[in-house]
Design a protein around this ligand. Sequence first.
Ligand code: SD4
Length: 291
Amino acid sequence: MTYAMIGTWRMAYEGLCKGMDLLKTNGKSSDAVEEAIKEVENYPFFKSVGYGGLPNANGLVEMDSAFMNGDTFEVGAVMGISDIKNPISVAKRLSHEHFNSVMVGTGATQYASQNGFERKNMLTDRAKKIWEKRKREIAEKNLSPYDGHDTVGMVSLDQNGSVSVGTSTSGLFMKKPGRTGDSALVGDGFYADSEIGGAAATGLGEDIMKGCLCYEIVRLMGTGLNPQEACDQAVYPFVEKLKKRYGKAGEFSLVALNKEGQWGVATNVEFTFAVGTETKEPKIYIAYPED
Ligand code: SD4
C-alpha cells in the first residue's frame, strides 16, 4: 500500500519531511502526524503554533490541538491549554481515553502536567514584543484586534492504510481568553476515516465551524469524489452561502488526502502547503482562491 502526507502552510514542511521518513520505513500514520506537528510546535519563529505562538488579549499563550485516528475514530483534543510544550502529544494521549478525551483550559493544563507532559513557558520575547506593539497600534489607530492566525494541520496515510489527522494552533492573535476556534473541534478543523481519507482546516475558526467542513470533505470523498473534487464541492459553495446569508466569509483553507494517497486543496486566500507521497519527495506548493 502507498503512503502520503499533506500539511497546511509553509511551516508544515520540515515536520512533514520527518513524518514522511517515518511513513517510508513503515511507521504509523499516528506517529507521523505527532512527530510532524511537534516539529512545528517546537520551532520558535512560527507565530501561530506552539512555542513562540502569539498570545491572547491578556498576554497568555493559549493553545488548541487535536488528534484523530481514522481506524478507530478515537479523538483527543485540548483547548486553551497553556505552559505545555507539545499540545499535540497531549491530544494524542487523550484520544486513547473513552471518557474525558476533550479537555479545556486549566483542566487540560493540569491533566498534561499530572501525566508527565513537559511544561514550558510558551511565550517568547519575540512574541511578547509583537503583542506589545500590536496592542499599541490597536489603541492608537482604533484597529480591529484580530489579525494573524494559522494552524498547522497534518493528514497522513501509512502503508497499512491507516489515516490520521492532527492540528495545533495558538489561535486567533489577541483572542479573548477562553476563545476557541475550529482546530480542536472534530468535523470542523479535522476529520479522518481510514476507509476514505482525512481533512484538516486552517483559517477563521468562527466561520470554518459553521460548515463542519472537514467532515463534509471526508463525507464527499466517501461518495466517490477525489480529494480535489471533494474540497471544491465542500468549500466554495459554502463560502458563497456564508456571504449570502451572513454577509461575509473569513479566510479559510482546507487540505484533504484519500486512502489512495491522492490529495486536494481549497482556499479563498493565497495558501502555501506541503505534500509528500510515495512517488514524490515532500515539496511546498502554493494555491490561490478557486485555482
Ligand atoms: C482558529 N483555525 O483558531 C484557527 C486559526 C487558524 O489560520 O487556523 N488560522 O480559528
